[in-house]
Design a protein around this ligand. Structure first.
Ligand code: ATP
Length: 242
């Protein structure tokens, strides 16, 4: 029996002035899934994420979260509902320590007890041993990959019901990208529902349950990660072969 739909985006339209950036995007994420929205530069990935977070008002279409229409719900209220977008790696607080950055992630959530807070913190440090080793290091002095880990760790402190990740591999070396994707898979395997926006087709499609391909503001293909990896058109366009 199919799992409950967590996120349902229907015919989403977003404009920048007279430029239409999204021409009716529809997608779905079910409880427990890792879903990827794959697209080249300018396809509309960031625009989609910003609309989902509530930072850009849609000109058309609807967004529903856990059965509730949130199309016109404000960004901070979406966070309260458990839709948490990880900031880009460069979005960590550069003057704060690792520990302080993680604590900032708790703003979206009231912990029922000190023990619940500790448990979440221990979980994040276990996922990212590198952060545990560096809890007193200043965020801004960490490497790009470490800052990306910190950005993801910070959003996990809110225990998201849906985690939105916007190009976590951006600007990172191949080894670090692999490491980040391995951790994303693990976060998902441990029960967090994830919508990932990516350009890195190989890594994303290998690890994802389902994916949508976004081209100039439209979804042009959808399927399992495995099927899309084997699709000749996808290979030619995103994997540099074919
Ligand atoms: P990238 O991977 O390069 O960040 P993207 O898939 O995230 O690309 P978007 O940033 O969502 O793409 O951009 C989608 C389209 O909307 C592009 O054609 C872009 O030029 C346009 N666009 C984005 N932001 C604005 C803006 N503030 N004003 C006008 N057009 C914009």
């Amino acid at each position: 029996e199919p799992r409950e739909v967590v996120l349902e985006v229907t015919d989403l339209v977003v404009n920048y002035g007279r430029i239409q950036a999204l021409h009716g995007v529809s997608l779905q994420v079910r409880r427990g899934e890792l879903v990827t929205l794959l697209g080249a530069n300018g396809a509309g990935k960031t625009t989609t994420m910003r609309a989902l977070s509530g930072l850009l008002p849609p000109a058309g279409g609807t967004i529903a979260f856990e059965g509730r229409d949130i199309t016109h719900v404000k960004a901070h209220q979406r966070v309260r509902l458990g839709m948490i977008q990880a900031p880009e790696g460069r979005g960590v607080f550069p003057g704060m320590t690792v520990q302080e950055n993680l604590d900032m992630g708790c703003y979206a959530r009231t912990f029922e007890s000190k023990a619940a807070y500790r448990e979440t913190l221990d979980w994040v440090y276990e996922l990212f041993p590198r952060l545990a080793e560096r809890r007193t290091q200043i965020g801004g002095t960490m490497s790009g990959g470490e800052q990306q880990m910190l950005a993801i760790g910070r959003s996990l402190m809110a225990r998201p019901r849906l985690l939105l990740l916007d190009e976590p591999s951006m600007g990172l070396a191949p080894m670090v990208i692999q490491q980040i994707f391995r951790i994303i898979s693990r976060i998902n395997a441990e029960g967090t529902t994830i919508l990932l926006v990516e350009q890195n087709a190989q890594q994303a499609l290998t690890r994802t349950d389902r994916a949508y391909i976004l081209e100039t503001g439209e979804v042009t293909a959808t399927g399992t990660g495995r099927d899309l990896l084997a699709d000749p058109a996808v290979k030619a366009a995103y994997l540099g072969v074919g």
